[in-house]
Ligand binder design. Structure first.
Ligand SMILES: [Zn+2]
Length: 106
């Protein structure tokens, strides 16, 4: 990975972090804090949302870690086998630290 690729990955990760943070803390008028009037449908939707939030929070933590990883000597190398991870894969899945082969085996 050259410096240009590294910079573009960092930019991509920061954008993704902003997206997830915006998703996790909506500032719009959609959320209704009045739980007592919530219908069953709303409660189900809220449970699904909290499941989604868990995944998003996990991804957020992984990408934040990978942002620091990009500044280290191991940047871009598979955490398990040490092979260089293709740049396109890191672009597509910025939260990963595994090459495709290792990800499929895990
Ligand atoms: Zn690997």
């Amino acid at each position: 990975m050259n410096n240009q690729q590294r910079d573009s990955l960092k930019q991509l990760m920061k954008t993704r972090i902003n997206e997830i943070e915006g998703f996790l803390s909506p500032t719009g008028d959609d959320s209704d804090p009045d739980d007592e009037s919530a219908s069953l449908d709303q409660k189900i939707a809220s449970a699904v949302n909290s499941q989604v939030s868990q995944n998003e929070k996990r991804e957020l933590a992984l990408i934040r870690n990978n942002l620091q990883w990009l500044d280290s000597d191991d940047a871009g190398y598979c955490q398990r086998c040490g092979e260089e991870i293709p740049f396109a894969r890191l672009q597509a899945v910025p939260a990963t630290r595994l090459c495709i082969g290792c990800a499929e085996r895990s």
